[in-house]
Every structure is written in structure tokens, then in C-alpha cells.
Write a protein that binds this ligand. Structure first.
Ligand code: ATP
Ligand SMILES: Nc1ccn([C@@H]2O[C@H](COP(=O)(O)O)[C@@H](O)[C@H]2O)c(=O)n1
Length: 230
């Protein structure tokens, strides 16, 4: 079967990676969570004190240090899911916490950061057979992807899902903080100058507010089948 490129974009915490991961497993495709890459750069910036007190980024310093940031993914043999490595260290847990979530959008708005990460993402997908999720995959990273999905759900629903997830993992979680963070990231992501979050003209939209994970997986598989080249 001919392999294709599948781009899944949408708002924060709406279930993109859940859907993307499941489809990639089913098809035997590579799965790439591009949000994890922006989160890893953010963790690096936090560890190197590259944020000013007002939350803005010390861009000049970060630019100098960009060549020292090496991100890769490695499958966890026990779960079959990819884990994110920053300069050889597994940072999967660290990048999912609130501190990184609260600092990631300003990092992701910086043109030289996007340029570097987009180039890596394009290299990862050049053989096709990839499901990649993020904010600009269908518009910027793979504008020629055969299948593009744009996922939405209400902010309340998304915050509740993230809250439940953090609680289940035993991580600190406050619903109001999470809702505020989801709304702030949506705002910054949709209003930044470079590659703002928006639906590609040829993307198929899914509001999964009322769908179960199984239902959205089924929906996505049907989309895949109907977008296979003839
Ligand atoms: N249809 C659904 N119903 C209920 N929970 C869901 C559904 N889809 C995903 N979830 C849960 O919502 C949470 C967020 O999902 P996920 O991490 O896939 O979102 P995301 O869009 O990739 O988020 P981010 O933008 O932060 O990368 C997870 O705990 C996931 O299990
Ligand atoms: N292609 C992408 C992916 C992510 N971002 C930014 O990273 C943040 C974290 O992403 P999650 O998917 O893990 O929520 C997100 O809020 C965006 O600011 C991006 O810009 N482009």
C-alpha cells in the first residue's frame, strides 16, 4: 500500500496526539509529536534561565545556544509510545508539566526556533508513512500532505481532559489554571506572526467534544481510507 503523509493540527489538549498515535500504530507509520519539540526547547530555556521576569524570552542568548539543543524521539518498548529526549536525557515527564506549558507559546512564536524545528520535522517526514501532529503541519510543514485534519473541542472540555490526565498521573493540577493556560496558548498560537494556528483550506475539521476516543479513532481511520491515492 502506498504510504502517505497525515497532518493533524488543532487547539491545545484536544486529543490530537491520542488520535495520531493510535492511527500511526494501526498503520505501522512513524508518529511525531511536534509539540514535544517546542516543549523540549522550552525546558532547555527554563534550565538555562533564558526567560525574563515578565515571561519574555532572552532571544539573543537562545539563538546562540540553539545549536546545543538536540531533540530526538525513542520508542518506549514497554508502551510502544515515543519518548522525547533532550540532549540524551529522557524529558518526557518534565515537558508535560505546567511550568513548561506556561512558557512554551512565547518560545514557539520565535521565528528562528520555528525555522530550526520545521526543518527537522520535514526531514523526519521525507519518506512519508508519517502521522505528525501540531499547529502548522498542514499549513507549513507538509502543505502537500495527502490527509489533513483540524481538531477542535470547547476549551472547557479540553481543560477537563488535561486535568483528569494530570490527576491520573499523580501530577499537580488545578482546573482553573489549566483552563486559563489552554485559553492563553490558543490566543498566542492563533495570533503569532509566523505560522499561526489555523485550519488549512483543504483540512477536514473534527469537533470531538462529544466523541469518545474509540469513536474519534474510527472516524480518523475512515478519513485515512478515503484519502488514499487511487
Ligand atoms: N475524545 C476524547 N474523549 C475524552 N478524552 C480524550 C479524548 N481525546 C483525547 N482525550 C484525552 O484528552 C487528553 C489530551 O489529549 P492529547 O494529549 O491527545 O491532546 P493534544 O491535542 O495532543 O494536546 P497537546 O496540544 O497538549 O499536545 C488526554 O488525556 C487524552 O487521553
Ligand atoms: N507544530 C507546533 C506544535 C506545537 N506548537 C507550540 O507548542 C506548544 C505545545 O504544544 P502541544 O501540542 O504539546 O500542546 C503549543 O501551545 C504551541 O505553542 C507550535 O507552535 N507548533
Amino acid at each position: 500500500m502506498k504510504k502517505i503523509t497525515i497532518a493533524i493540527d488543532g487547539f491545545s489538549s484536544c486529543g490530537k496526539s491520542t488520535m495520531a498515535k493510535a492511527l500511526a500504530k494501526k498503520l505501522g507509520y512513524v508518529y511525531i509529536d511536534t509539540g514535544a519539540m517546542y516543549r523540549a526547547v522550552t525546558l532547555f530555556a527554563l534550565r538555562h534561565q533564558l526567560f525574563n521576569a515578565d515571561g519574555t524570552v532572552k532571544e539573543k542568548e537562545l539563538k546562540t545556544l540553539m545549536p546545543d539543543i538536540h531533540i530526538r524521539f525513542q520508542l518506549d518498548p514497554s508502551t510502544g509510545n515515543p519518548r522525547t529526549f533532550l540532549n540524551g536525557e529522557c524529558v518526557e515527564k518534565e515537558i508535560r508539566g505546567m511550568e513548561v506549558s506556561q512558557h512554551v507559546s512565547p518560545i514557539a512564536a520565535i521565528p528562528f526556533v520555528r525555522e530550526a524545528l520545521v526543518a527537522q520535522q520535514q526531514t523526519m517526514g521525507k519518506e512519508k508513512g508519517i502521522v505528525m501532529d501540531g499547529r502548522d503541519i498542514g499549513t507549513t510543514v507538509f502543505p502537500d500532505a495527502e490527509l489533513k485534519i483540524f481538531v477542535t473541542a470547547s476549551a472547557q472540555v479540553r481543560a477537563q481532559r488535561r486535568y483528569d490526565e494530570l490527576k491520573a498521573k499523580g501530577m499537580p493540577a488545578d482546573f482553573d489554571d489549566i483552563l486559563k493556560n489552554v485559553q492563553e496558548r490558543d490566543y498566542i498560537d492563533t495570533h503569532r506572526e509566523v505560522s499561526p494556528l489555523k485550519k488549512a483550506d483543504d483540512a477536514v475539521e473534527l469537533d470531538n467534544s462529544k466523541l469518545t476516543i474509540a469513536e474519534q479513532d474510527q472516524w480518523l481511520y475512515k478519513q485515512y481510507l478515503s484519502h488514499l491515492p487511487v
